[in-house]
Design a binder for this molecule. Sequence first.
Ligand SMILES: C[S@@+](CC[C@H](N)C(=O)[O-])C[C@H]1O[C@@H](n2cnc3c(N)ncnc32)[C@H](O)[C@@H]1O
Length: 158
Amino acid sequence: MKGLCLTGWKYTINVLAAMRTADGFGFDDIVIAGKNRLDEEWIKKVARRNLVDLVGGLKLTCLPDLEAVLEFIASRHYEPVLLECKEGEDVDAFDWPANPIIVVGHEVTGLPLNRFPAAPRVHVPMARTAHSLNLACAASIAMHALHLHEAKVEKESV
Ligand SMILES: C[S@@+](CC[C@H](N)C(=O)[O-])C[C@H]1O[C@@H](n2cnc3c(N)ncnc32)[C@H](O)[C@@H]1O
């Protein structure tokens, strides 16, 4: 199992973009916390109409707050890996745990790091002036890194 967690969000387009990548790389869950109301029915309709079979295998779970998200993560035995600017290991060199869930921060407020004290952190190196990537872009890069890691592990096991 592998999952993606958005600890908050502002722009629906970013949620849709992250969902699309998650589906494309075979993620099982996307769990989202937010006081903004995400219209799940609308999202699913857009997904069906524009994004082919986006909601086919990926399960979307919208929860009202971080408490509920932490319970979700624990109940499914996911291992959180925090995607955080400039902290931790380069995401491409990271040795992913089994059952990982990539945790991504809100567009404006970032990640509530204190709520995940024991979780490893990974970053996407930035070369120039921009301090951070767009939420969906960062999430997609990390999902691809995990995807490549899984392919490598599978190849080594045969
Ligand atoms: C637009 S950024 C948030 C920026 C926020 N102002 C901050 O300082 O954290 C949204 C999320 O994308 C992820 N992110 C963006 N750029 C990243 C990078 N270079 N490496 C790792 N994660 C990144 C982080 O999870 C971040 O919380």
